[in-house]
Design a protein around this ligand. Structure first.
Ligand code: SF4
Ligand code: SF4
Ligand code: SF4
Length: 580
């Protein structure tokens, strides 16, 4: 590593050669404003908010892409020229911007708003842009695009490309430039996979999830309805961020208390559905291996991944596990087994799921979910929407005491907890498959090779004499790499886990927004995943088949994994969709 000596604002520092000015300044505690820059994803130096002076350079340089490659480089981040340039850039952006902060869904978490406050820019502006009016695109079940608030930073375009989907881009030129789909198509009419990664990176209110919180409040306030909520494993590892808590705080107890105070009749844990998924999936995998079924089997709990497969790899649909996702399984059991046990008419039950993901809003409306005209899940909201509900109800989240899920469908195993991180489903399935095949209660239950935030992980295991080669991919670009190998016959895996979002559900498209200033310099995925692996380590039950709730369900209702009744309730089908 070659180090060079530089000066920033007259102070001497030593940095690794070719570090960008942005990274060097971060190392030395100097914040440079950025708008378009997203590390490794959108490094285009286009917005000009990060400009700095470099002694000897003819013009201002973009700090995000300028490599420091000369000994003695002198950088100035805060001169009058720099300040005026940044202010002018902001004023020009605002001149063409819908400035209705008071009614904007991102007010309070908007990077543009924060920058304007930092630079003292308000609605009075030297410039007046054309400000064309755009109709919102509300065509999908999961996103709203409001181009009146778009700053053309193209982060969403880069995030979508990174997902190997690329259905959005810049249309037209000059003041008429707008981000959207080709040929002015609506998002619902193109092969968007509903992942929501574009919403997680948008700095403004131009791209947000569809807000279903009013529907939830309406249900809670309906005296004829029993409203049951269940929360995905990844929510407890991220919800605290919406209330200023450190990234990676596990707020399970406070979250359950908040849900009770919001007025839900029952608070269940989607971890129950995750354990059930493992029971069915492990059984399906063993069946495929023993009976010459289609291999490799690929996990099916990530609905963004499922939609991607349906649009872009329909020839591999037979490889998908037929298991519904934990969200859907939990809903199906609430409206059948639980309703029968409690003698409740399932028509009077409203099931709300809290998910890390906008794709879940699409999944709940799929034709192949639900039974006898009854949806498994009625409303699906994201982590961000739950935080909004808690705030609007005046609940002081950080001051809440802990409480427990309802034990009827609320026992958490370690296997289910790690579902929220890439590799977690694979590890959970291996724990159960290994015990099932050996007939033993194995003590070695951790599979470090499939852990960690790498986009692709591979491992080979000997499970009771059976050689099992596995792959784990998160993020659809990585998934595509694995799938191309499967398609060409080059891969010899038996079991593949795919998660739509990079890092898995902890980094889902519905998770708390972290501004680029945090995102670019923090490993969000690793910090959030750690909360789940720590939970796994500390739980008394760490294998899905040990869950007393799951055991009871099979004894009293389903019979055994893969039974006729289990298939009716817990399994599904898929459909090929058009690519363009
Ligand atoms: S996007 Fe930001 S600056 Fe624009 S209206 Fe919304 S909160 Fe205000
Ligand atoms: S939801 Fe995902 S696939 Fe759809 S536009 Fe956004 S990033 Fe692209
Ligand atoms: S929609 Fe958001 S992320 Fe996309 S270009 Fe506009 S402001 Fe940037």
């Amino acid at each position: 590593m070659e180090m060079i000596n530089i000066k920033i604002n007259g102070m001497p520092f030593s940095v690794e050669k070719n570090t960008t000015i942005l990274e060097a300044c971060k190392q030395f505690g100097i914040k440079i404003p950025t708008l378009c820059f997203l590390k490794d994803i959108n490094e285009i130096g286009a917005c000009r908010m990060c400009v700095c002076e470099v002694k000897g350079a003819r013009s201002l340089v973009a700090a995000c892409v300028y490599p420091i490659d000369r000994e003695g480089t002198e950088i100035f981040t805060n001169t009058k020229k720099v300040q005026e340039s940044r202010k002018t850039t902001l004023e020009l952006i605002l001149s063409n911007h819908d400035r209705k902060c008071l009614s904007c869904p991102r007010s309070g978490s908007c990077e543009l708003q924060e920058m304007c406050a930092d630079f003292g820019i308000d609605n009075e502006n030297r410039f007046e842009g054309a400000r064309p009016h755009y109709e919102n695109d509300e065509s999908t079940l999961y996103l709203v695009r409001n181009n009146n608030k778009c700053v053309l930073c193209r982060r969403c375009v880069a995030a979508c490309k990174e997902q190997f989907v690329g259905v959005i881009g810049a249309n037209n030129r000059g003041f008429d430039t707008e981000i959207g789909c080709a040929f002015e198509q609506k998002l619902a009419d193109v092969a968007c996979v509903s992942c929501g990664q574009c919403t997680a990176v948008c700095p403004t209110g131009a791209l947000v999830e569809k807000d279903d919180t009013d529907k939830v409040f309406d249900a809670i306030n309906d005296p004829d309805k029993i409203v049951i909520v269940h929360t995905a494993p990844a929510i407890r590892a991220t919800l605290g961020e919406c209330f200023g808590m450190p990234i990676g705080s596990n707020v399970k107890g406070k979250m359950v208390t908040a849900l009770k105070r919001l007025g839900f009749d029952k608070v269940f844990d989607t971890d129950f559905g995750a354990d059930l998924t493992i029971m069915e999936e492990a059984n399906e995998f063993i069946g495929r291996v023993k009976n010459g079924g289609v291999l490799p089997m690929i996990t099916s709990c990530s609905p963004g991944w499922i939609k991607f497969c349906e649009h872009y790899y329909p020839d591999l649909l037979p490889n998908l596990s037929s298991c519904k996702s934990p969200q859907q399984m939990t809903g199906a059991i609430i409206k059948s087994y639980y309703a029968e046990k409690e003698n409740i008419d399932p028509d009077n039950i409203v099931v709300v799921s809290v998910m890390p993901c906008t794709a879940k809003k699409f999944e709940i409306k799929r034709d192949d979910q639900g039974r006898n005209g009854l949806a498994d899940i009625d409303i699906s909201i994201t982590t961000r929407e739950l935080a909004k509900m808690i705030k609007s109800a005046g609940i002081q989240f950080t001051e809440l005491p802990d409480s427990e899920f309802d034990p009827t469908l609320g026992v958490t195993t370690g296997a289910a907890a790690i579902f929220g991180a890439t590799g977690g489903v694979m590890e959970a399935a291996l724990r159960t498959a290994a015990d099932t095949l050996t007939g033993e209660d194995l003590k070695e239950i951790e599979y470090p090779d499939v852990r960690g935030t790498k986009g692709i992980k591979e491992a080979e295991y000997d499970v009771a004499g059976l050689k099992v080669k596995v792959a784990v991919a998160s993020g659809l670009k990585n998934a595509a790499e694995i799938l191309d190998k499967v398609r060409s016959g080059e891969a010899d895996y038996q079991f593949i886990e795919i998660m739509c979002c990079p890092g898995g559900c902890v980094n889902g498209g519905g998770q708390p927004i972290q501004p680029a200033q945090v995102r670019n310099f923090t490993d969000l995925k690793a910090l959030r995943a750690k909360a789940l692996y720590d939970e796994d380590k500390n739980l008394p039950l760490r294998k899905s088949h040990e869950s007393p709730v799951v055991k009871k369900l099979y004894e009293e209702y389903l019979g055994e994994p893969g039974s006729h009744k289990a298939h009716e309730l817990l399994h599904t089908t898929y459909v090929a969709r058009k690519k363009y």
